[in-house]
Design a protein around this ligand. Structure first.
Ligand SMILES: C[C@@]1(CC(=O)O)C2=NC(=C\c3[nH]c(c(CCC(=O)O)c3CC(=O)O)Cc3[nH]c(c(CC(=O)O)c3CCC(=O)O)/C=C3\N/C(=C\2)[C@@H](CCC(=O)O)[C@]3(C)CC(=O)O)/[C@H]1CCC(=O)O
Ligand SMILES: NC(=O)c1ccc[n+]([C@@H]2O[C@H](COP(=O)([O-])OP(=O)(O)OC[C@H]3O[C@@H](n4cnc5c(N)ncnc54)[C@H](O)[C@@H]3O)[C@@H](O)[C@H]2O)c1
Length: 257
């Protein structure tokens, strides 16, 4: 039977944007790989505890501990680190001891805590990927275990392709969406459909650069069109005076002077 449904391509990962804000995450090990994991976790507002003997910490991890950005347990990992009272949401190990890694992985499975064991794909509930970050924008590249270094090269290429200010333009879209929900707070299905359709039109019709240049006043002006399903262009908002509230006033100049 012919159809246009997407073809299934098994063998991939389910790529998600996992929310770890204010959740307890345990990092086992304090070397270079742990340092990278810690930055990723702090960027996602997690509450991080590092378990690693003090003499094994690298400079970056020692700095995070000294700054109070993460908590520290000065010893090797122990099963008590996963006691239910600790409420651990996730475990990331980056240790140079494969036996310890496997022991930790098995214990995570027993206690049903999702875990990533660096370098041991069969002992991972999820893999890391290479991430491009620009404000609210995050792009993750995964090669699904085939070539992590290639993932980093592809991530850099993608980052270079994006127009400057892409992250800022996304921030503006976020502000506009929040403003729209204040102006039109309806929670009925029709309200939601109307809001989504209007917002989709704005996103399709406005460019990254226009979103970047959009200020608070432009946003106010733009959302005024929502009620009547009007999406004014950036140019129209900046140059036009279709708003009856705006009265043209002579400023004493004749333009050509
Ligand atoms: C993307 C990145 C994210 C991050 O870790 O932050 C990441 N690895 C990175 C770098 C990297 N890792 C390794 C090298 C040495 C060169 C090389 O081997 O290529 C380099 C390159 C370097 O250091 O420059 C060694 C390595 N890695 C794994 C194995 C085991 C194996 O393959 O069996 C071995 C040892 C292989 C061996 O024994 O020979 C496994 C995994 N590494 C993953 C992620 C997951 C798959 C992601 C994917 O496929 O896309 C997965 C499956 C599990 C996981 O760890 O989550 C990060 C780049 C971040 C960035 O720079 O932006
Ligand atoms: N997936 C990746 O992206 C990737 C990339 C490079 C290396 N690796 C692998 O990740 C692992 C860590 O690499 P690294 O460069 O950070 O190593 P590293 O030697 O710099 O750090 C290992 C750390 O683990 C600590 N440690 C060892 N046993 C421990 C235990 N039982 N409890 C708590 N802490 C313990 C050590 O004190 C040290 O701080 C290695 O197996 C390495 O091959 C993974």
């Amino acid at each position: 039977m012919a159809n246009d449904y997407p073809e299934v391509q098994g063998g991939g990962s389910l790529i998600l944007a996992w929310q770890v804000k204010n959740k307890n995450v345990l990092v086992v090990g304090g070397g270079e790989v742990a340092a990278g994991r810690i930055v990723n976790l702090l960027n996602a507002d997690a509450k991080v505890t590092v378990v690693c003997p003090k003499d094994g910490l690298n400079d970056e991890v020692a700095y995070r501990i000294a700054q109070g950005q993460v908590s520290h347990l000065d010893r090797v990992w122990l099963p008590i680190d996963l006691e239910p009272e600790k409420n651990v949401a996730m475990v990331l190990t980056a240790v140079d001891d494969p036996e310890a890694s496997t022991r930790i992985w098995k214990y995570c499975k027993k206690t049903k805590v999702p875990a990533n064991i660096a370098d041991v794909p069969p002992e991972c509930d999820f893999y890391f990927g290479s991430v491009h970050r620009d404000g609210p924008l995050q792009i993750m590249v995964s090669t699904n275990g085939n070539g992590p270094r290639l993932a980093a090269a592809i991530r850099r290429q993608i980052g270079e392709m994006l127009p400057a200010g892409t992250g800022d333009s996304i921030k503006k879209v976020g502000m506009l969406r929040r403003k729209l929900r204040r102006v039109a707070p309806g929670k009925g299905t029709e309200d939601i459909s109307k809001r989504m359709a209007w917002m989709s039109r704005v996103c399709d019709e406005w460019s990254t650069e226009e979103f970047n240049n959009m200020d608070e006043e432009d946003m106010e002006e733009l959302v005024k069109g929502y009620e009547n399903d009007v999406v004014r262009s950036f140019e129209d908002i900046r140059l036009g005076d279709t708003d009856p509230d705006v009265v043209w006033q002579f400023d004493g100049s004749f333009g050509w002077m």
